[in-house]
Design a protein around this ligand. Structure first.
Ligand SMILES: Cc1cc2nc3c(=O)[nH]c(=O)nc-3n(C[C@H](O)[C@H](O)[C@H](O)COP(=O)(O)O)c2cc1C
Length: 379
């Protein structure tokens, strides 16, 4: 399949995989798409190890890296805040409310050694320029084919650096004005992500957003994201004017994904009505599986979620406590388990290999295009 993005990146199919899992990223690139590794929670050392591994697995095929570059976050004015200061900003009221919620579901405390380890790892989100810059250096050292970013327009220094390295830059947009700002900043690809999508997401549906973005940012090519997991959905995205698709949720139930067994089980059983947009994990609205956790944060007595990255810091230990015990079949913590996923979770009913997901998507897309061609009538 030939679109401007397949030519720009040297790939066979215009299928982009956002994933936190290096095995999925490598498998998608090897299947002819472009695997893009989500690196916001990596240390530079981990990213170096993972990109080296992906490069070995993909033997010259292209792959990319994705970062979160939020426009607004706690401490943005000063370019980021240190861990101890962030920790001191967590209100007692919020901590007590979470402790009560976990007590209600019988979630045990962490053993103290684990708790200490967790404390050190918790500052993990590299969203400020100072902690992000080393990740970008590692990405360029591995000659990534694409740098993508979400939650804000990539800063000029990043676009300049990427272009000096001849690396295209892509940025996610959930609204038309965000897409236009990305264009003005000089990005090479705009990813129009509809509200159906998993993870941080806006309020406008993919069907409505994509054609508007395509028109507004022309001639910059657009990828459609949010609600795309099959070939028919891919064909629809191309019909809307997108030159490729950017998918996140569909990889989470593949054999290669590192998704925990409890989450995998919940995803395979869920319907498209079982997701919520919630600020409860990161402070910004993100689509995730509805669970007792998201319901509790929607209740009247719940505290207002904090800003990014305070909310992630606030809930990190609670999430760890839940996941540590939820794999036990009889665990009372199970109802609390949630994770980012989009409405396509209702279509993710059997675990498949990543390669088969890509193959079925391509075949389904071609079938749909042929069927539509048939609607024209004639010979
Ligand atoms: C588990 C998960 C985590 C995500 N984290 C990020 C992220 O760190 N950076 C990013 O650009 N997008 C992130 N996204 C959004 C994806 O890039 C993508 O736009 C979205 O998944 C597309 O919609 P879909 O889930 O319907 O395929 C995430 C999505 C999921 C499902």
């Amino acid at each position: 399949m030939d679109t401007r993005v397949t030519k720009m990146l040297g790939i066979d199919f215009p299928i982009f995989a956002f994933t936190h899992c290096r095995d999925v990223a490598a498998a998608v690139s090897n299947a002819g798409g472009l695997g893009v590794l989500g690196a916001v929670a990596h240390t530079p050392e981990q990213l170096d190890v993972d990109l080296k591994w992906i490069a070995e697995q993909t033997k010259g095929r292209p792959f990319g890296v994705d970062l979160l570059i939020p426009r607004k976050y706690v401490g943005a004015e000063s370019g980021g805040i240190d861990f101890a200061s962030l920790q001191s900003m967590l209100p007692d009221e919020h901590k007590e409310w979470i402790d009560e919620l976990l007590a209600r579901y019988g979630v045990p405390e962490l053993p103290s050694a684990e708790s200490e380890r967790e404390q050190r790892g918790m500052a993990g989100l590299r969203i400020d320029p100072k902690s992000m810059a080393p990740l970008i250096d590692v990405a360029f050292a591995h000659k990534v084919a694409l740098i993508a970013s979400a939650l804000g327009t990539p800063p000029a220094w990043l676009v300049e650096k990427a272009h000096a390295n001849r690396t295209p830059v892509a940025a996610l947009a959930g609204r038309l004005d965000h897409a236009v700002a990305h264009k003005e900043a000089g990005v090479d690809i705009v990813i129009a992500q509809g509200t159906e999508g998993g993870g941080h997401t806006g309020e406008i549906a993919t069907m409505v957003l994509v054609p508007q973005v395509v028109d507004a940012v022309a001639p910059i090519p657009v990828l459609a994201a949010g609600g795309i997991a099959t070939g028919r959905q891919m064909a629809a995205a191309l019909a809307l004017g997108a030159e490729g698709v950017w998918c996140g949720s569909v990889w989470l139930t593949t054999h290669e994904a590192e998704t925990s067994p409890v989450i995998r089980e919940k995803f395979l059983a869920a319907t498209s009505a079982d997701t919520r947009r919630s600020r409860s994990l990161t402070g910004k609205p993100a689509r995730m599986l509805r669970s007792a956790w998201t319901d509790a944060w929607d209740e009247a007595d719940a505290p207002a979620p904090l800003g990014m990255p305070l909310q992630s810091l606030l809930v990190a230990e609670a999430q760890r406590r839940i996941h540590r015990v939820a794999h036990k079949a009889e665990s009372s913590a199970r109802p609390l388990v949630t994770y980012f996923v989009g409405q396509v979770v209702g279509q993710m009913n059997v675990a498949m290999s990543t390669r088969d997901v890509v193959r079925e998507m391509v075949e389904g897309c071609l079938d749909a295009m042929e069927r539509m061609h048939g609607l024209l009538g004639g010979e």
